[in-house]
Design a protein around this ligand. Structure first.
Ligand SMILES: Cc1cc2nc3c(=O)[nH]c(=O)nc-3n(C[C@H](O)[C@H](O)[C@H](O)COP(=O)(O)OP(=O)(O)OC[C@H]3O[C@@H](n4cnc5c(N)ncnc54)[C@H](O)[C@@H]3O)c2cc1C
Length: 379
């Protein structure tokens, strides 16, 4: 076992960091304030292989390993969770396509996603069913040689900007979680209506939408994987998604830590730099230690994904997501504390980072759900 990134992984980090510092940071505030999806930057990032980096080269991706994918997300979130996060989230569904999709789906859609032409969306959550995925009410009924889908999806990342989406629906409702199927659909079709959710606490440049499915027709060939196997497919899809959230949380916490260090080195009180107060020094030391611990766990989860040991990956990805997201909210909170009153207003980035970090405790399974998963694994 090694605790060093490879030279290739270090080079990837440097490339994303340069892109983040030069292309994302200078414009991030503008996109965030205007709640504008950064489509132009997505295309630019794609030229550097930063969009869906895990997708195999045969489908236009960079075929990167799990740790590289996590550290790309980490650096994109360090640059800005809204804008960088939109780039990192453009692939939310590609894992399902690579793993379970038919050849035509991968050939037709993955190159368009990796080139930054369009992100993909994945609709699982509904207004009445979030944590309880198996409770979903969206129905897909057979109709000739295809399916008709009716229902509602809630909080869907990229829902109103993606050209393509994976929709999870009940095909055998009487079978509970054994009756769920994944469907691929274009979004510019009758029966798919997305409305952006504009009043979010943070990540305002990211697109999050409510989707109404009203008689959406999809041919049989658009079933992703097997009919009634969607729940099990999702469970595989969630492990890397959770490791990715650990990367997001580590990135935004790192950004807040750097802002806090800079401010502590500038701000003076009682004729001294505030960094000279032990209370502030120790706070920064604790923040840095917690960020590093989360980073280690995130990369460890990445290594577990590569190992092929599914039980280990499930456990470590849940642990990494739980620890890193709780840490990110604490560290961004402490970064505001270091800034005093200046941290409470939008003039300093830490105010935004604190709001942005909060979502990492909610999506891809809340902290409470991660604890349930971890307990199931260890008890
Ligand atoms: C910005 C954003 C983007 C998102 N993107 C997507 C997306 O792209 N696709 C998608 O499908 N979904 C997406 N989601 C939805 C997200 O996954 C859900 O919000 C999340 O799973 C929680 O579901 P819920 O909101 O219905 O809360 P609920 O499930 O109603 O939970 C409410 C509270 O009860 C707790 N709780 C529920 N069940 C249990 C239990 N068994 N044990 C202990 N505590 C429990 C929860 O932890 C939480 O504290 C997104 C959400 C947000 C905010």
């Amino acid at each position: 076992m090694t605790f060093q990134l490879t030279a290739e992984q270090e080079a990837v980090r440097e490339a994303v960091r340069a892109f983040g510092d030069e292309e994302i940071r200078p414009v991030a505030r503008e996109y965030e304030e205007e709640h504008r999806y950064p489509a132009e930057l997505l295309a630019e990032a794609a030229e550097l292989d930063l969009v869906a980096p895990h997708v195999p080269e045969s489908y236009g991706g960079a075929g990167m390993d799990a740790i590289s994918a996590i550290l790309i997300t980490e650096e994109l979130w360090r640059a800005d969770p809204g804008v960088g996060g939109s780039i990192a989230a453009a692939d939310f569904g590609t894992g399902m396509l690579v793993e379970f999709g038919d050849e035509w789906m991968c050939e037709e859609w993955l190159p368009r996603i990796t080139s930054g032409e369009t992100p993909i969306a994945t609709g699982i959550s509904e207004p009445a069913h979030g944590s309880n995925v198996a409770g979903m009410e969206t129905r897909a009924e057979r109709d000739g040689d295809g399916w008709v889908i009716d229902g509602q999806k809630m909080w869907i990342t990229n829902g109103s900007v993606a050209d393509v989406a994976i929709i999870m629906a009940k095909t055998s409702p009487e079978r509970g979680h054994r009756g769920i199927t994944a469907f691929l659909t274009e979004t510019d079709v009758d029966g798919y209506e997305a409305t952006p959710i504009r009043n979010k606490l943070g990540i305002t440049a990211q697109d999050t939408a409510e989707i109404v499915l009203d008689g959406l027709r999809v041919p049989d060939e658009n079933v992703v994987g097997e009919v009634d196997e969607g729940f099990y497919q999702l469970m595989q899809f969630f492990a890397p998604a959770r490791a990715d959230v650990a990367g997001q949380a580590t990135g935004v916490a790192q950004a807040a830590l750097e802002e806090a260090i800079d401010y502590a080195n500038e701000r003076e009180q009682f004729d001294r730099k505030i960094r000279e107060f032990q209370a502030i020094e120790h706070k920064l030391a604790e923040m840095a230690t917690n960020v590093e611990a989360a980073r280690s766990l995130a990369y460890r989860a990445g290594a577990a994904l590569e190992s092929g040991d599914d039980a280990l990956a499930t456990r470590l990805c849940a642990m990494a997501k739980l620890f890193a997201s709780e840490m990110a909210v604490d560290v961004t909170d402490e970064a505001i504390q270091v800034h005093g009153g200046a941290g409470y207003v939008a003039d300093h980035h830490v105010e935004r980072f604190y709001r942005d970090a909060r979502v990492t405790k909610i999506y891809d399974g809340t902290s409470e759900i991660q604890k349930n998963i971890i307990a199931d694994q260890i008890l």
